[in-house]
Design a protein. Structure first.
Length: 373
C-alpha cells in the first residue's frame, strides 16, 4: 500500500505534470497527441492509430477522435512521428520543372493515389540542376519520408550516395534504365528519338533534323537526340542538330525553324525536343512563307493539349504520364505496406518499362507535297 504522505502528494504530482504540459504547449505552440488522448480518456496509441492505421479503430472511436482533433486544433508532429517510427507519412517527389505541362499528369495521378492512402506529397523542382536535386533529396530524407520519387536517372555523386543508403523505396520515373538499382518506371528516351525519326523516314522525308532545347541540364532531350542520330546513321544519312539560345520555348522553336529550314540544304522535317518548341515553329512558319508539312514537316514530344489545337495539327509523341504516376504509387504501397518492407522488390516489379504513343496529325501527313497512304 502507498504511504499516506505519498497519497497526499498525488494531487501535487498530477498538477506538476499538467503544469509541465501547459509549459510545453506554450513553448512549442502545439497541442500534443497526449492532450487529445487525455481529453477523450483513451490511450495515446488509439489516437496515433487514428492517423496511421484508422482501419484498426471502430467507426465510433474514429468519429470521436476526429471531433476532438477538430475541437482542439491538433496537428500531428511529423518530425516526432518520423523519429518514433523511422518513417513518416510524407512522400517526396523531385521533378525538373513544376510549371511544365509535361509532368502535370504524373504529379496529379500520383498525388491522388497517395493522398487517398493517407500519405502527403511534398514537391520540389530541380530545374534540371543536379545540385538543386541534391539539396531537395537531402531535405526530404531529413523528414524520414515513406518513399522518394525522382524523375531523372542523372544524379550528382552525393545524391547517388544518399539514395543508396536510404532504407526506403526509391523510384526513378520517366527515364527507364534497367541497370540501375532504384525501382524503374518509365520509357526509353532514346526510343522516342528513334520512333520520331522512323516515322518521318516512312513518310518519305530525307533531310531530317533535330532541334534541342536551350536548357543546358535537360539530359533527357540529349538521350532522345541520340536515338534520332542512331537511325540517321543506320540509313547512311548525316544527322543535323541545332541548339537554340532563346530562353522562351516558343522563341526557341522559331529560332530553330529559321536555322534549319533556311540553311544551304534546308531540312524537310524537324524533330523538336518538345511540343512547346514545335508550337513556336508552327506559329512562326506562315511569316517565313514556310508551308507545314509541304516545305517542312514537324513532330514534337509531350502530347500537350495545344498540339491538337494548332493549325495544322501537330504530330506528337505522347508519354504514358498518368500511368507512370499510378504505377509509382502502387509500387510504393507494395513495399511500405508489406509485412517485410526491408526485402528487395522482385525484378518484375522493379523494372516497369512502358511505351510512348505516336499521335499523327497534319504536320507530318505529307511527303513533299504528296499525301502518304
Amino acid at each position: 500500500m502507498k504511504k499516506a504522505d505519498d497519497m497526499l502528494d498525488l494531487p501535487k504530482q498530477t498538477q506538476a505534470r499538467e503544469d509541465e504540459r501547459v509549459r510545453h504547449r506554450r513553448n512549442t505552440g502545439r497541442m500534443t497527441l497526449r492532450d487529445v488522448a487525455e481529453h477523450l480518456g483513451i490511450s495515446q496509441i488509439s489516437v496515433s492509430r487514428y492517423f496511421q492505421k484508422p482501419e484498426r479503430l471502430s467507426g465510433d472511436l474514429r468519429e470521436r477522435i476526429g471531433q476532438a482533433v477538430d475541437e482542439l486544433g491538433y496537428v500531428p508532429n511529423l518530425v516526432a512521428g518520423g523519429l518514433a517510427s523511422a518513417t513518416s507519412s510524407v512522400i517526396g517527389m523531385v521533378i525538373p520543372n513544376i510549371s511544365g505541362p509535361i509532368f502535370a499528369e504524373t504529379i496529379q495521378t500520383f498525388s491522388d493515389a497517395v493522398t487517398a492512402r493517407g500519405y502527403q506529397l511534398l514537391l520540389a523542382s530541380s530545374y534540371f540542376s543536379e545540385t538543386l536535386e541534391e539539396n531537395a533529396v537531402r531535405a526530404f530524407l531529413g523528414w524520414s519520408p515513406a518513399a522518394l520519387v525522382l524523375t531523372s536517372a542523372h544524379h550528382s555523386a552525393a545524391t547517388e550516395e544518399m539514395i543508396a543508403r536510404a532504407h526506403i523505396p526509391i523510384i526513378e520515373a520517366w527515364s527507364f534504365q534497367a541497370d540501375r538499382e532504384p525501382i524503374q518506371i518509365g520509357f526509353s528516351q532514346a526510343d522516342v528519338g528513334r520512333l520520331a525519326a522512323r516515322h518521318l523516314v516512312e513518310r518519305g522525308y530525307r533531310r531530317i533534323a533535330y532541334a534541342l532545347t536551350s536548357v543546358a541540364g535537360d539530359l533527357h532531350t540529349l538521350d532522345r537526340r541520340d536515338g534520332y542520330i542512331e537511325v540517321m546513321r543506320e540509313l547512311g544519312r548525316e544527322p543535323l542538330t541545332f541548339t537554340p539560345n532563346a530562353t522562351s520555348p516558343f522563341h526557341a522553336g522559331k529560332q530553330a525553324l529559321e536555322a534549319l529550314a533556311k540553311c544551304e540544304q534546308p531540312a524537310d522535317a524537324i524533330i523538336f525536343a518538345n511540343d512547346n518548341l514545335a508550337a513556336g515553329a508552327l506559329l512562326a512558319a506562315p511569316g517565313m512563307n514556310i508551308s507545314v508539312p509541304g516545305d517542312c514537316a514537324m513532330i514534337g514530344f509531350g502530347g500537350f493539349a495545344l498540339s491538337e489545337m494548332m493549325t495544322p495539327g501537330l504530330t506528337s509523341i505522347r508519354p504514358p504520364a498518368g500511368t507512370i504516376g499510378l504505377l509509382a504509387a502502387e509500387r510504393i504501397f507494395e513495399v511500405v505496406e508489406s509485412e517485410t518492407p526491408r526485402q528487395p522488390i522482385a525484378r518484375d516489379r522493379r523494372l516497369n518499362k512502358l511505351a510512348c504513343e505516336l499521335v499523327e496529325r497534319e504536320s507530318t501527313g505529307w511527303a513533299r507535297g504528296k499525301l502518304t497512304p
